[in-house]
Design a protein around this ligand. Structure first.
Ligand code: AMP
Ligand code: ZN
Length: 114
């Protein structure tokens, strides 16, 4: 049984505020936004994280990043924005389903060691 939170969002078992969807990709608003615009872009196929990517995912990665870019345009983030993907414990990954954070809408801070 798949107990993944984001797979449940994909399957509509948990509600989300969707902002983009196609056959391979879903984008929805982060429930605990760290910036005025904070959207999560995920593949519908479960992949644990960026550490599990391989050559087979080349096209999918391109589509995911272009989706982030298109959303940045849609949300008028012309002053700048950020893509983040956290990986495992030290990277701060709390949901083990690959996702790209789109952050923007204001001046973002630095990040590094806690
Ligand atoms: P990360 O910490 O990089 O794994 O990011 C996981 C993100 O998922 C966090 O920013 C959470 O706020 C967000 N999140 C957790 N549960 C939900 C949910 N039900 N709907 C939308 N975003 C969520
Ligand atoms: Zn999943």
């Amino acid at each position: 049984m798949n107990n993944c939170l984001f797979c449940k969002i994909i399957n509509n078992e948990i509600p989300s505020e969707k902002v983009y969807e196609d056959g391979e990709i879903l984008a929805f608003k982060d429930i605990n936004p760290a910036a005025p615009v904070h959207i999560l872009v995920i593949p519908k196929k479960h992949i644990d994280g960026a550490d599990e990517l391989n050559q087979e995912h080349t096209e999918l990665i391109g589509k995911l990043i272009l989706t982030v870019k298109h959303l940045a345009e849609e949300y008028n983030l012309d002053k700048g924005w950020r893509i983040v993907t956290n990986i495992k414990e030290h990277g701060g990954q709390t949901v083990r389903h690959l996702h790209f954070h789109l952050l923007g809408g204001g001046q973002l801070g630095d990040f590094g060691l806690r």
